[in-house]
Every structure is written in C-alpha cells, then in structure tokens.
Design a protein around this ligand. Structure first.
Ligand SMILES: Cc1cc2nc3c(=O)[nH]c(=O)nc-3n(C[C@H](O)[C@H](O)[C@H](O)COP(=O)(O)O)c2cc1C
Length: 363
C-alpha cells in the first residue's frame, strides 16, 4: 500500500473511538490536593513557559501527526493556525513522504509558513534513520525551518503493521551521531507505548535531553494497525490482539523518565485530554504536555479554538485550586499517588526527585 493511502487510513481510524485505550493513562491515580484558601487571582495565573528558545503562552505542544497528502496539508494548515493563535508549539508528522517525494514539501512547510512565531518540530521514525544520511536529515529539518527534530520510536506499531520495518538494530549509534552533529536539538518520542527509565537512561548517556513519553492510555497504534489489517483482509487480530494492552501508562512513563535526571525536559503525552490531565502531568514531573488525537478531532469538527480554550481554562482552574500562580509552583503542588500508579512507582523504586508527592510504599 502507498504511504499516501496508509496516512489516509491512519487519520480515519484515529478519529474513531476504537483507536483509543484499552489501557488508561493512570492519571486517575493522581490526586492534586485541594486547597480551600488559595491565595491567587484566577485572572493572574500565568501558564507560560520557555521551550526551545521561545516563550509559549501555555505548556502545550500539538504532537506531530501528518503531512504528505492534500488532506494532510489542510489539517496541518488548521493545526498551525491554532498553534500560532495560542502561541503553543507544533510538530509535523513523519517526513518520510517528502524524503521519497520532495514535491510534497508544501504539505509540511505550511506549518512553518503559518505558525511563524512558535517552535516547529520536524519528525522522522527510527526505522527510517538507517536509510538516510545526516545530510538528508539536516535538509529535512531546514526545509521546514524547524527548531527541533523528533525521532519517533514505535517498535510495537512496526511489529504489528503488515508492511512494518522489523529490524531495530543499530539505532542507538545513529542517534548518538545525530545528537552530536545535528544543528537543532533532538527530541525522542514514543507514539503511545511509553518510554521507560532504562531507555531514557541509555538515551541520556548519548546526549539526549528532551523526552516525549507518549505513553499508553490515549491513541493506540497497535489497535490502529490491527484495524487496518482487518480492513485489508489480512486478519492479524488473532496474533496481535494480546498486544493491544501493551505499554507503559503515561503517568507511569512520566515518573520513569523524570527519575533519570533533573536537567532534562520531559514532555507528558499519550492520552492527555483535559487541562486537568496537563496539571497532573506537570505535578508528576513533566515540564509541559502534548496531545495529538484531540487536536485532530477538534479541527476536523471546526472546534479547535473551543477545545484549546476549554483545556486552558481547566488547567488554570486546577492551578487555582492548588494555589499555583505559575507552572513552577504547579511543579511543587502537593500531590497524592494512589492505586496502581503507586504500586508501579514503588515496585520500580523510581526516584521522584521532589518531596511534594505523597506515596505510601508498603506493597
Ligand atoms: C493521525 C495520527 C498520526 C500520527 N502520526 C505520527 C507521526 O507521523 N510521527 C509521530 O512521531 N507520531 C505520530 N502520531 C503519534 C502522536 O504524535 C502521539 O504521540 C500519539 O498519538 C499519542 O498522543 P494522543 O493520545 O494525544 O493521540 C500520530 C498520531 C495520530 C493521531
């Protein structure tokens, strides 16, 4: 199947409820402790942060999703308008299609053309790295004037995808060379199965400083590929169904990655759906959050602005209720961790690096 048709199917399935879950993010096990006498004015709550040398008006990224088709051009245009209006960062989808066919550059470049004043993030999959040289990667980044390059790690998706690339050897060496030579920072991201402490440690040791956890609980690429397989008549469900609940839930993945070091930027993503999710992600150790599917869905319905306004209002409301005037204060808001997330953190002996998180490790 052509990349174009694959992209089309990905978008169609990602918009359906079957593309989500069945795991949860485990944010349901995170409780921000209510403060009945907050000493803040809602209108003065400041949710701005610095990211990639830019001031963002909110701690939020529109995750990389698409490019390479006429429909993708239109989606990227609308997403870029949102990013520019709200001053939030934005990623493009995998640029593989434009490497194979340079005339498709415009479907990605539209993001930079519209989102002129915010960080734009280039994107390529780790499976592609072996097939292209550093010069080509540098060209791909500069063609859209990106401020960073996200490399997505998606082994689970590749393994269940009919046409997936299943040889993952040697990626760390390529990443090491890229991290030292590329003119922009590298961001390592998953796509919905999460990053572990061990993976983040390895990546940190070769110079990676920005991690987008993209944990489980939101868009599920194993499910999406199985649904695609079903549609094309290749019944992979019997083989793949057991992996639909595979992955590290987002809240756990944030704790895993944050435990590695202080001097890294952690992006909490995978199933971020509300401003309260963003607040919980930040209180657990993320510096900012990202989301993909909700932006796709809301721009498809012409409700992008409404969605962003709603989640920002939710974020600020949560911050008022934990007496936080800004994002730095939110990072220290008293937080209780319960249930399965507490079990996860305790059994993995994760160092949470701060003392505002209350967790009872007696399992
Ligand atoms: C339609 C669609 C296409 C995507 N394509 C890419 C991609 O090309 N590169 C990438 O790194 N991630 C891609 N993703 C994954 C997202 O960036 C994100 O990590 C993942 O969907 C989890 O976030 P969510 O639960 O908010 O959707 C895609 C997601 C969606 C919904």
């Amino acid at each position: 199947m052509s990349i174009e048709n694959r992209k089309k199917e990905h978008i169609e399935i990602a918009l359906s409820p079957e593309s989500q879950g069945p795991l949860t993010t485990l944010f349901e096990d995170v409780v921000l402790v209510h403060n009945a006498i907050p000493d803040v004015s809602y209108d003065e709550i400041d949710v701005s942060i610095n990211f990639l040398g830019h001031k963002l008006n909110a701690p939020l990224i529109i995750s990389g999703m698409t490019g390479g088709t006429e429909k993708a051009f239109e989606i990227n245009r609308r997403l870029a308008e949102l990013a520019e209006e709200f001053r939030i960062a934005i990623g493009v989808g995998s640029q593989r299609a434009m490497i194979e066919n340079p005339s498709l550059l415009y479907t990605y470049k539209v993001v930079r053309d519209i989102a002129k004043s915010v960080p734009v993030i280039a994107n390529i999959g780790f499976a592609q790295l072996k097939k292209i040289g550093i010069d080509q990667i540098e060209g791909m980044v500069s063609a859209i004037e990106a401020n960073a390059l996200a490399i997505h790690l998606n082994p689970a998706q590749e393994l269940v995808q009919v046409e997936g690339d299943k040889d993952f050897r040697g990626v760390l060496d390529i990443l090491k060379e890229l991290a030292s030579k590329l003119s922009v920072p590298l961001i390592i991201k998953e796509v919905g199965n999460g990053l572990s402490k061990e993976v983040a440690e390895k990546l940190y040791s070769i110079g990676i400083k920005i991690f987008d956890v993209a944990g489980a609980g939101g868009t599920n690429w194993v499910k999406i590929e199985l649904l695609r397989g079903l549609k094309s008549g290749a019944d992979m469900t019997r083989f793949g169904e057991v992996f639909t609940a595979w992955g590290i839930p987002t809240a756990a993945s944030i704790c895993e990655v944050r435990s590695v070091a202080e001097d890294i930027t952690v992006i909490g993503s995978g199933g971020i759906r509300s401003g309260l999710d963003i607040a919980k992600a930040i209180s657990l150790g993320a510096d900012l959050a990202a989301a993909a599917q909700p932006f796709l869905k809301s721009v498809a319905m012409g409700r992008g602005r409404e969605y962003v306004n709603t989640i920002l209002r939710q974020l600020k409301t949560a911050m008022a209720l934990v007496n936080s005037k800004n994002i730095e204060e939110l990072k220290h808001a008293p937080t209780v961790v319960l249930g399965r997330l507490a079990q996860w953190i305790c059994s993995r002996k994760l160092r949470l690096r701060n003392n505002h998180i209350y967790i009872h490790c007696c399992y």
